[in-house]
Unconditional design. Structure first.
Lengths: 210, 211
């Protein structure tokens, strides 16, 4: 029984890979079992329904992103640096072994949106995932305002919503063609600085780090 | 006879667009499209010999419909700002966002299908070219002040794409709030005061008839 959690994660990782390769609708329990090299019965034992398995795939991925961000970004760095690092993590190359490739990460989210479109249970998951994804941005922006570093015109939740939308929108076009990761980061930094009223000097020094 | 065949083909594609919006790309079967039209599955197969071909043609057809709306909006006359808003009103998820449902499915499928990826990419390129051209028109006529029309186009359209995802998938943002965001983004990019960035056709009756 003690090996339970590992096998569970193994199945979830296999499911994630199958979803990315074949698409969410074509990912069958049997394909996932085969990929994980376990029996279909074991997959059913852990997850019972395919929908439950898929919901867990997406929430695990979102949790991992949060954990990764926490471990890769120094919590004591100043808020602007943290925000820059988050944006860099969203747009970065897949060369760092600690980070899943851009394409794999974002293709999973495309699948997730396409599925959540028509799935009420998954919609609740979407709200939770967006909250989790937005939290580091909200915290850093709020701290920056308190410390007098930022003077935004809009409210913090609105700024974060817009920033997250822009990240999603640019990632879609980077995946499908027409945009690249470098330019994506450049545009994100521009928008961040405009939203927060960051002085030109600091904008310049951020750009040098792209 | 030839004309009848063409009309049928278009009817099938229009019905397929509706089915994909409702059911999702993968769940749409040829029989669903046939039933929606009250015709036989054989007739659909006469025009499209596989489900894959039908769905590929469905996205091409939807893209063409979007581009027709884009052309009507961008040639609708008036100031550059009026034309830009006519275009953004067709593009943005501020009104009827149901068109986006189809494209969100299409994006995911395009990752695995090169033909579809070309359709998606060409459609996106056309939108961006039109928006950038309208911004340049406005800069030339002195309406807008913008150093980087291509960058501005990217920031505006990427924001709209991302907002569409949030709107369709999460349904989180109210339409007036969304509209206010888009207006302030446009105003900021084009060097307009917030009041002047507003959509001049705010009651949008004229724009809506274009969609």
């Amino acid at each position: 029984m003690h090996e339970g959690p590992d096998r569970r994660t193994l199945i979830l990782d296999a499911a994630r890979d199958v979803v990315c390769e074949r698409g969410v609708d074509a990912a069958r329990m049997a394909d996932i079992a085969e990929r994980a090299d376990v029996s279909l019965g074991l997959v059913q034992h852990y997850f019972r329904h395919r929908d439950r398995l898929l919901a867990e795939v997406f929430s695990l991925e979102s949790e991992r992103i949060t954990v990764r961000w926490r471990s890769l970004v120094d919590p004591d760095a100043d808020p602007l640096t943290r925000l820059f690092e988050y944006l860099r993590l969203c747009a970065r190359e897949g060369t760092d072994p600690s980070v899943r490739s851009f394409r794999l990460t974002w293709s999973l989210w495309l699948e997730f949106w396409s599925k959540a479109n028509r799935d009420a249970a998954l919609r609740e998951e979407v709200a939770a995932i967006y909250r989790e994804f937005s939290a580091p941005f909200s915290e850093a922006i709020t701290e920056g305002i308190e410390r007098g570093m930022f003077a935004p015109k809009g409210a913090v939740p609105d700024i974060v919503d817009r920033l997250v939308s822009l990240i999603d929108g640019l990632a879609i076009r980077t995946l499908l063609g027409g945009m690249d990761q470098h330019r994506m980061l450049w545009l994100l930094v521009d928008c961040l600085c405009i939203e927060l009223g960051v002085p030109d000097e600091q904008v310049k020094s951020l750009r040098q780090r792209i | 006879m030839r004309k009848n065949v063409e009309v049928r083909r278009e009817e099938i594609l229009a019905a397929a667009v509706e089915q994909v919006r409702e059911r999702g790309l993968d769940a749409t079967r040829v029989i669903d499209v046939a039933r929606a039209l009250g015709v036989s599955k054989a007739l659909v197969h006469y025009h499209f010999d596989s489900k894959e071909k039908l769905l590929a043609a469905t996205f091409t057809y939807a893209a063409q419909r979007d581009l027709d709306s884009l052309d009507r909006a961008s040639s609708s006359g008036g100031t550059a700002l009026m034309r830009l808003w006519a275009v953004l009103d067709v593009y943005a998820p501020t009104g009827d966002a149901s068109g986006w449902v189809l494209w969100i499915d299409g994006w995911a499928a395009a990752l695995r299908d090169e033909q579809l990826r070309t359709v998606v990419r060409d459609l996106d390129r056309r939108w961006k070219e039109s928006i950038a051209a309208l911004i340049r028109d406005g800069v030339e006529s002195g309406e807008f002040s913008c150093d980087d029309p291509d960058g501005a186009t990217w920031r505006i359209t990427a924001l709209l794409d991302g907002l569409a995802v949030q709107q369709v998938v999460r349904g989180g943002v109210s339409a007036p709030r969304l509209r206010a965001w888009v207006e302030s983004e446009v105003a900021r990019e084009l060097g307009l005061t917030p009041e002047h960035g507003q959509n001049p056709a705010i009651d949008s009756s004229q724009v809506r008839s274009l969609c």
